[in-house]
Design a protein around this ligand. Structure first.
Ligand code: GLN
Length: 189
């Protein structure tokens, strides 16, 4: 299976490594043409305003929306989850793809020094998953059609809607590839 990792900015190498350990072929996506033939795409963590600006510059905002409309699976982690969201609290002007029916509040778990790890119970995984939160957005509302797959302290931290997944933590940093395997299954389905 061939999956892509958006490679404009942020933690894309770690995602690539996880998929390669699972035997997938990974394309670094920097231009719309790199999406051709892919079953899925990860939008990694990083800085969501910078990432959205670069996506717009290279025409990847429209291309990723079209990729999703054509049946491609898309997984946004942290800044990638912000990029997917329909609603960014207090920042109506921030560019985003707006594909996933959630509201997020940027940096709402605190600053860099407040980064933390915790063991999450995730629907579809039999054992807990070590999750790393780094300046994570909080999912403050989920709209219709959105399924909550994990919560931390009552708030959703992993959600899905059709072929879209968002995690506000960094699954590529725990050395546990089960969520990457889950995404490959979604992308192949
Ligand atoms: N705080 C970043 C943002 O708002 C996201 C942080 C991350 O991706 N680890 O864009």
């Amino acid at each position: 299976m061939n999956v892509g990792v958006l490679a404009l900015q942020g933690a894309f190498r770690e995602h690539k490594g996880a998929f390669e350990r699972l035997g997938a072929t990974v394309t670094e996506v920097r231009l719309p043409k790199h999406l051709e033939g892919l079953a899925g795409l990860v939008i990694p963590g990083g800085e969501s305003t910078t990432m959205a600006k670069l996506m717009n510059l290279y025409g990847l905002d429209d291309a990723v929306s079209a990729f999703h409309a054509g049946g491609g699976a898309v997984w946004g982690t942290c800044a990638g989850a912000i990029t997917l969201a329909t609603d960014i609290a207090g920042r109506p002007e921030q560019p985003r793809l707006g594909l996933l029916n959630i509201q997020v509040a940027r940096n709402d778990y605190g600053r860099q020094v407040a980064s933390f790890e915790t063991d999450l119970e995730i629907t579809a995984l039999p054992e807990t998953f070590r999750a790393v939160f780094i300046r994570a957005p909080r999912i403050t509302d989920v709209g219709s059609g959105v399924e909550v797959l994990a919560r931390y302290d009552g708030d959703p931290v992993m959600v899905a809607q059709g072929g879209l997944i968002a995690t506000v933590f960094h699954p590529e940093l725990s050395g546990d590839d089960r969520l990457h395997a889950h995404f490959l299954e979604l992308a192949s389905g």
